[in-house]
Unconditional design. Structure first.
Length: 408
């Protein structure tokens, strides 16, 4: 589990810088600071008081949309020539999110105390990720902060749009599945016992299908059903905890890529995020090794992240990006060939953005195809389940009617 560490370092000009970073260990923080070109003075784990930790848990999260709006407005003000502190003061007053308002005020205070904007933003890693702060740092160094902020806003808007498409497309199938499960439980627990009592009073002989449905109803309504429910809940809790471990996360990400229908979607999403993140960082002037490290941390899949780490190790030894990337089966030849062309022509960021645009359109098409496939499948599932129960309940009635007809 990632911890927050405070650090004191000295940059190349000899200036002492302090800040915070999230990492799995103190060694990881030290390595990251060395890669950024800092001379380490001290690193230690941050001690968070219980009350502060509780406040963090109860505090609502900042929506990505709010961060995107803040970034675009910030870029516009910087481009208009307003002083940095004045921009932050205005934004803290007009931001709708109370949490983000507090964060912006803290950033303003840090800037007034003499820290750079990137250092002040890095104090809030839950809101401003490594991608964000690294691009801001590159914009400060290159004197193009407004352009970099606009690029960050465009990147955040693109990610929000992809999430919105997926969420919108999956809402109806998810609702249909939930209704199906709820209807199934209602019929088994409440409707079936009524019919069973009626059949017993009438002395009807129950067919095997009806007996199976009645047995399932008895099981779910008894203490055994309650015990099964508790066992499922406990199992889900332990599974979620295990999936947060490195081994569990790796196993889950590997499973995602192997799923028969959804695996292709997850793969394309990872490739799009890799291309978009790396292209944005390179275009912003972030050093390639640091850009690859940030991309590895934000790509969203452990297996893809490991492939990016291998690329970073190769680049550190003087290799190109495309060659070690081509050795990974997760990256199609089209991606590696376009990156190779980008490296040769000096337009790596352009090629990466083209690859990202391609996979964004592929993700949208895949989501649309999955939606059109899932809807009829769920309808058939609901019809088969409900139909089976209804048939099982009416079979004894048909049998009784047949008996009465013969007797008459």
């Amino acid at each position: 589990m990632a911890q927050t560490y405070t650090y004191r370092v000295r940059d190349r000009q000899g200036k002492v810088i302090t800040g915070k970073l999230e990492a799995d260990s103190e060694t990881a923080v030290s390595q990251k600071l060395r890669d950024m070109g800092y001379l380490i003075i001290g690193v230690e784990e941050e001690k968070i008081p219980i009350t502060k930790r509780e406040i963090r848990v109860l505090q609502p999260k900042v929506k990505s949309k709010d961060v995107t709006v803040f970034t675009r407005q910030f870029a516009t003000m910087i481009n208009a020539g307003l002083p940095l502190v004045k921009c932050l003061s205005i934004l803290s007053e007009q931001t709708e999110s109370p949490v983000l308002t507090e964060v912006i005020s803290d950033v303003q205070h840090e800037v007034e105390m003499g820290r750079s904007l990137s250092e002040a933003l890095a104090k809030h890693p839950n809101i401003f990720k490594d991608l964000y702060t690294s691009m801001v740092r590159a914009g400060e160094i290159g004197g193009v902060l407004d352009d970099v902020l606009l690029r960050i806003a465009a990147t955040l808007e693109n990610e929000d749009e992809i999430r919105r498409r997926i969420k919108s497309a999956m809402t109806y199938p998810a609702a249909m599945f939930a209704i199906s499960i709820l209807l199934l439980f209602v019929m088994l627990i409440f409707v079936v016992p009524i019919f069973e009592k009626m059949f017993r009073d009438m002395g009807a002989t129950l067919p095997i299908l009806t007996r199976v449905i009645v047995a399932i109803s008895h099981f779910l309504a008894s203490w055994k059903g309650l015990l099964l429910l508790v066992a499922v809940i406990v199992g889900v809790i332990f599974l979620r905890r295990w999936l947060k471990t490195p081994a569990g996360r790796r196993r889950l990400d590997a499973l995602k890529l192997k799923l028969p229908v959804f695996g292709n979607l997850f793969h394309k999403m990872s490739l799009s995020r890799f291309s978009r993140t790396l292209g944005t960082l390179v275009a912003s002037g972030v050093p390639i090794l640091q850009a690859l490290e940030i991309t590895s941390n934000t790509v969203g899949n452990v297996l893809v992240a490991e492939a990016v780490d291998n690329v970073r190790a190769g680049v550190k030894e003087g290799d190109s990006i495309a060659r070690p990337l081509g050795q990974s089966p997760l990256f199609p030849p089209m991606v590696t060939q376009m990156l190779a062309i980008g490296e040769e022509t000096g337009s790596l960021d352009t090629m990466l953005n083209k690859v990202s645009d391609f996979y964004d359109s592929e993700v949208a098409a895949t989501v649309e195809a999955l939606t059109s496939l899932l809807e009829p499948v769920l309808m058939v599932f609901l019809g088969v389940v409900v139909g089976t129960i209804v048939i099982a309940l009416y079979m004894p009635i048909f049998s009784l009617i047949s008996q009465f007809t013969r007797q008459a």
